[in-house]
Design a protein around this ligand. Sequence first.
Ligand SMILES: [Zn+2]
Length: 243
Amino acid sequence: MSSLLILNYHRVTHENEFIDPRYRSFTIAESDFIKHLQLLHDLNIPVIHLAELDHVNVSGLSVALTFDDGHHSDINIVLPLLKKFHFSATFFPVVHHINKEGYMNWEELHLLSKEGHTIGSHGLTHRRLSALTLNEVRSELSDSKQQLGSRLGIPIRLFSFPYGDYTRAISDLIPKTGYKQSVSTEFGFNEIPTKSTVLKRWNIKRTTSTRELKRVLDGNILTHFKYRLKTQLSNHFRSIQRT
Ligand SMILES: [Zn+2]
């Protein structure tokens, strides 16, 4: 049995590049992103493929890298850095954002896949799934899977919940719509091998320092407690908003 920490990134920017204030907290500077990758490399932590959890053979701690929303920085900043560090990752584009300004196009997604990275789905429209009817959720899951799979010619087996938002009824649809697994934004480590269809993930923010990342990787109990508490509080407020 070993333990897997999944890191979740969004947009990465070059120095001095304009940052939309709406997305600032989840936009990370390239120099900080490089420090994160360098730390994983220096600590010799295996960076594993989310798509291969069943046959991965590691003991102790491993890490998986994920990128949500399909931002254009996935191709012009993230891809060359992953290549440099020999890391693989999973990318979760939103189908209706593909080809739009600031996001990747189909050829770029195809290139990521050809380079050995995994493509999952982040839905059709990036709406909060718990605000939709179950039929609409089914369409977000199935139609995005079908469109990505047929345009890219690859199986789509992983789903990332927009805003990390899901309910039990929604996660029950993951296997029913042909996905193997999904990822949330609930902080925590995953035991592998796992039978769970919803994996925990750490949502990396602009303010997440390399020191903080190291503390979590080192298993600092207070840091873990802080993030678990944050997750519980945000889930609590989300459930209040829903009622
Ligand atoms: Zn998203």
